[in-house]
Ligand binder design. Structure first.
Ligand code: DCP
Length: 229
């Protein structure tokens, strides 16, 4: 389903005068973003920018992601402040190829992850406001635009199974309730569109199937995702 276009193709010029098409791939934890990005990474026209999770796991020797899951109330603000910085860096890095596909965005960090931490009582209101003030300023004063959002829509139970299967040590105690909360926020934002308006048209893909089925889906939508149809 295509939703609410906000930006025309003619807006896509960059400082260097060339055009680029920027896509963000959104979805719950372990929804299959990496597989999706691996597929497009094979195309010579596409630059893939993966989520800077390795930076979050090693900030001058500190594992911020592990701290978040160990004691969210204490560390949510620190991690999400750093996530916001690394997302900003990912958005604003000069593009190298005509199409840039990014894993998540500054938008989902704010509207899904920060929102989830706040609404589940893990982030006090003053901290939430500080992050939001930063977010609002960055969106208004820097170029973080995207031209298309691809939403990998996955049932939280499927994500939970994939998360346990991949066995990332920081995530071994993440409960289904946390994934449910993130799922509802993605749905409200990208499908129901009842919270904030998405910053670009949204392509919703069913990502519950196994990887070979996903390959067919990606093949089918390939041209659309690369901004060519
Ligand atoms: N995370 C967070 N806050 C954000 C973004 C991410 O706390 N604003 C956390 C959630 C995960 C970890 O960072 O524990 C990495 O995110 P994903 O699991 O979504 O990234 P993957 O690369 O593992 O995704 P996928 O399995 O879809 O490929």
């Amino acid at each position: 389903a295509w939703k609410s276009p906000t930006r025309s193709r003619s807006d896509m010029s960059t400082a260097s005068g060339t055009r680029t098409f920027k896509v963000s791939v959104e979805g719950n934890i372990a929804s299959g973003k990496s597989t999706f990005l691996d597929y497009f990474n094979l195309s010579p026209d596409v630059e893939v920018r993966t989520e800077p999770v390795e930076k979050w796991r090693n900030l001058h020797g500190h594992n911020m992601l592990a701290l978040l899951y160990k004691d969210p109330t204490r560390w949510a603000l620190s991690l999400q402040t750093y996530v916001q910085l690394t997302m900003l860096q990912m958005h604003t890095k000069p593009h190298e190829r005509p199409i840039t596909i990014m894993e998540r965005s500054i938008f989902s960090a704010r509207h899904c992850f920060v929102e989830n931490l706040y609404h589940s009582g893990k982030m006090p209101t003053p901290e939430y406001i500080v992050l939001d003030e930063w977010y609002q300023w960055l969106v208004a004063n820097t170029d973080v635009h995207v031209d298309l959002i691809v939403y990998l829509r996955t049932r939280p139970e499927v994500c939970l199974a994939r998360m346990y299967e991949r066995d990332r040590k920081e995530e071994n105690k993440v409960p289904l309730a946390y994934l449910n909360g993130l799922h509802e926020l993605h749905e409200n934002w990208l499908v129901r569109q009842v919270t904030v308006k998405p910053p670009a048209p949204v392509l919703v893909l069913d990502a519950n199937s196994n990887m070979s089925d996903m390959e067919h889906v990606m093949e089918e939508y390939r041209e659309k995702i690369m901004g060519r149809s």
